[in-house]
Write a protein that binds this ligand. Structure first.
Ligand SMILES: C[S@@+](CC[C@H](N)C(=O)[O-])C[C@H]1O[C@@H](n2cnc3c(N)ncnc32)[C@H](O)[C@@H]1O
Length: 326
């Protein structure tokens, strides 16, 4: 295959990794352990902005971040909550957290087609960090619009730039640093052949460059009075170990990173150069996770930290939120 079409194929397939149920499902428990807590912080914050929460649908509910926050609030003012995700494994994780008295149910469904939900039947439709992975976001947003009743409200969130998403930013920086060493020259060459000059290719999850883009997309599917806001959550990293673990969990549970690393070591040249390419892949990943921890440690605790000795470093994630009315 000529190099240009190879590069195109790589990016198409990498993008499609996000669109596949198994891309998300095969690490659902890991995702929950590593990111559940972080995503609950955003869900908690998002709920402060909505009132009409009696009949909720949560599209792309993942391992149940929003569900857990509602449960912590004892489902105050909530008559029913339905969590949907296209990954059966994510739904299994949610069901394992559900108790029989909870006014909650979970189903496997694709967020671009919510035929399991009647028109005008919900008061709040939520999509936290999920429509950003849909091949056609407008379909997901239109479905949210359809299932809301006349005064219903939609709440949508996602990411903007890689600089605003520090766990991905530092992961990229670490990979670049590791690839610049002599030892990993074969990886550098193989990666260059896979990605060409398109190293600044924008991934799916950086859906909107700024809050106005999200506002426009919501208005395009007829939401009214759309308001947007940004919210930064700060995650304190207690030790170098917590950083290496986070990177490894990310590399095992984020579909696009998984795809990149697997493709690299399935490359013919790499397989010929390293007959034991599995061991080499582990070594490469170890180096990246260690560099990730080093970079976070170099920055150190946040200036505001009262007890810097208990904190090794931190990672900020600035998310964009949009709220619109039907
Ligand atoms: C980053 S996680 C966010 C999960 C959850 N909303 C949270 O805040 O923790 C993205 C979720 O969207 C789900 N997802 C991606 N594409 C989907 C689709 N087309 N339909 C339904 N769920 C989808 C994935 O399976 C994954 O659970």
């Amino acid at each position: 295959m000529c190099s240009l079409s190879r590069v195109k194929t790589f990016f198409e397939k990498q993008q499609r990794a996000d669109y596949r149920q198994d891309g998300w499902g095969d690490a659902s428990e890991l995702y929950d352990r590593s990111f559940g807590n972080k995503f609950r912080s955003y869900a908690r914050h998002a709920l402060d902005f909505v009132e009409c929460n009696s009949r909720i649908v949560d599209v792309g509910c993942g391992s149940g971040a929003l569900f857990e926050v509602l449960k912590q609030h004892q489902f105050k003012n909530v008559d029913s909550y339905v969590g949907l995700d296209f990954s059966p494994e994510m739904i299994d994780v949610c069901n394992s957290k559900r108790e029989s008295a909870d006014p909650a149910s979970f189903y496997v469904a694709n967020g671009e087609n919510l035929s399991c939900i009647e028109d005008n039947s919900k008061t709040l439709a939520v999509a936290l960090f999920s429509v950003i992975f849909f091949p056609q976001r407008s379909r997901g947003l239109s479905e949210m619009y359809r299932v809301l009743d006349q005064n219903g409200v939609a709440l949508v969130s996602g990411w903007s730039t890689v600089r605003n998403l520090e766990w991905v930013y530092y992961s990229n920086q670490s990979m670049k640093l590791v690839l610049s060493s002599e030892k990993y020259e074969p990886e550098r060459v193989a990666l260059k052949a896979l990605t060409g000059h398109m190293t600044n290719q924008k991934p799916n999850f950086l859906a909107w460059s700024n809050p106005d883009d999200l506002k426009q997309e919501m208005e395009d599917v007829h939401f009214r009075n759309v308001r947007t806001f940004e919210k930064t959550e700060r995650f304190l990293m207690p030790s170098p170990n917590s950083c290496t673990r986070l990177w490894k969990d990310m590399a095992s549970s984020f579909p696009t990173i998984k795809y990149l690393l697997n493709s690299l070591y399935q490359d013919d040249v790499m397989m010929d150069t390293f007959p034991n390419h599995k061991a080499r892949k582990i070594e490469f990943e170890e180096s990246i996770s260690k560099t990730f921890a080093d970079l976070i440690g170099e920055r150190g605790p946040p200036p505001s930290e009262e007890d810097p000795s208990s904190c090794y470093g931190y990672l900020d994630g600035k998310a964009i939120f949009g709220i619109g009315e039907k």
